[in-house]
Structures are given as C-alpha cells and as structure tokens.
Design a protein around this ligand. Sequence first.
Ligand code: G3H
Ligand code: 13P
Ligand code: ZN
Length: 326
Amino acid sequence: MVNFKDLGLVNTRDLFAKAVKGGYAIPAYNFNNMEQLQAIIQACTETESPLILQVSKGAREYANGTLLRYMAQGAVEYAKEISKNGKAIPIVLHLDHGPDFETCKACIDYGFSSVMIDGSHFPYEENVAITKKVVEYAHAHDVTVEGELGVLAGVEDEVASETHTYTQPDEVEDFVKKTGVDSLAIAIGTSHGAYKFKPGDDPKIRLDILAEIEKRIPGFPIVLHGSSSVPQDLVKIINENGGKLKDAIGIGEDQLREAAKSAVCKINIDSDGRLAMTAAIRKVFAEKPEEFDPRKYLGPARSALKELYIRKNKEVLGSAGHAFDK
Ligand code: G3H
Ligand code: 13P
Ligand code: ZN
C-alpha cells in the first residue's frame, strides 16, 4: 500500500478549484509508454501547466500497472530535473475509465491520486451506488474521484457505444449530492476516437446543455472526455504516407476553448496524440526506409507529441502558466 503523497503526486482538489476560478482546463493526457510520458512531461513543464496523467485499463494491460506507476513516480523527479526553478509542476496520476470498484481500489492502493469510476453504462441508481462506494474508499485515502453521467458514443476502453445519451441536467445535482464525487464527466456531444462526426454533420458540442448543468451545480468541476480535435493536417500526413483514415473528424478547438472558460476544468485528449505520433512515424518510414533503430522513429514521434501538447496547453486549454498559481 503506497500513498500518492509519498510519490510527490497531488490529487485534483486544489487544481480544479483554481482552474474553475481561473477559467482554464487542466490537460488530461493518456500514456502507455516512455516516449508519451516524456513528451507530456516536457510539454507541461515547458508551458508551466498543471497536469493530469491518465492510465486506462488498456494501458495497464499493455504496459503493466506496476511499471506505469513507477514511471509516474519517476516523472515527478524528471519534471524537477528539467524545470527552470527546480520544482516539479503539479502532477495527478489518474485512473481513466475505472470499470469497477476493485480496479479503483487497486489503483488507490498503488499510489494513484485520482480515479474515475465510470458507471455511466449502468442504470442511474446503480451508477450512484458504485460511485458512492468508490468515493468512500478513495476519500479515506484523500484520493479524489471523477464520476460520469450520460453516455458518450465511440470506442471507450474496449466498450463501444453506438448511441450518445446527453447528460440530463435534472440529474446532476442529485448525483453529486448522493455520491460525494469531486468532479463530474458529462456527455454533451464529444465522443472517443478519431471518428466523432460523419461528413455532412454539424460538428458541434452542446454548450447549451453545459450551461444548463452549470446552473444546477455552480462552480462544480466538470470534465470533458473525447475531446480530441483530429487535426486534419495530421490525418493528411498519415494518409499521404500509406495510412487509411477515412473521414476522421473531431471537435473544433474553438468550442473546447469556449468550454474551458466555464466550469469545465479537465479536458481529456488521447487520440490527437496518437495521430501526431503515427504521422511522424509514417513519415520516417516513407522517407527513410533504411531506418530500423526505434529511436529514429520514436524520437520524432515524441517531438511531434510534445509540440502538439504545448500548443494545446497554450491555445486550447489555457492551462499554460498556471502550474504554480497560489
Ligand atoms: O477513453 C479512452 C482513452 O483514449 C484510452 O484508450 O482504452 O485504448 O487505452 P484505451
Ligand atoms: P479522445 O479519444 O477524443 O482523445 O478522448 C480521450 C478520452 O476521453 C480519454 O478518457
Ligand atoms: Zn474518456
């Protein structure tokens, strides 16, 4: 049993309070390997942004939970090493889409500082019950909890949901009160993966539902999943270099910028990072077919990811410069 504080990590409580007040969102970036972790830490340290490092169930299966936890612990030291003032940016280690109580508990016991319990696929009362159970265990260890109401369409940790169910504003106050969650993920038209809209769709999120939710729980931290924008320049590079991503469409960055100014204080981005790395790797393979040293293609992929996340922090989330806010 390890407590996150001994690893130099922080929970989300203070970070969210500052983000809601300051009108910006904290980046929640997923990682599965060393290059992603390096790029994320470098980007957030250079922009002085607070950071939520996310580990999904799939990431734990791919890379091993123990290894990922030690990597996150190392990331705090690494962040100190590369910072200008010798201080690490605040780093949260968060379980993304926790599927059940046991996984959340295992992560808390492992040193995670924040967990998501994704009960959004259950009927309302079941969602309340499982979320409450996780909150009780987490809070006893000062770990913060994200719950979810409403169902996002798209591929979600091996669970594919065909339909999108918008969060009902009428339910949020009751859910927050009954469960004691620290933040709430909502469904307002974002979705997971690179195919969020079909050609001809109006690719808009429902900022009106967000406003309605904020009225019911003023100042309560809101989370947006599925917030990749699927940059078309990256899709083009991938397709020009042997890829086959047809009609990949994401959320406009202007809309995310708008949402970040509200009580949305955590924005989850994974697919855009995957696209940036894939584009860089495909380019190396197409232009230098003689290369076979993984550093020669993972290095450029890491640089591309870092540049993308620097831009997100500065231009989309508005989190740049807020790491050491009082
Ligand atoms: O929401 C899903 C995240 O992008 C993580 O995806 O389950 O493939 O690791 P994953
Ligand atoms: P994207 O697939 O839009 O990047 O969403 C990531 C996410 O929500 C992780 O929980
Ligand atoms: Zn998600």
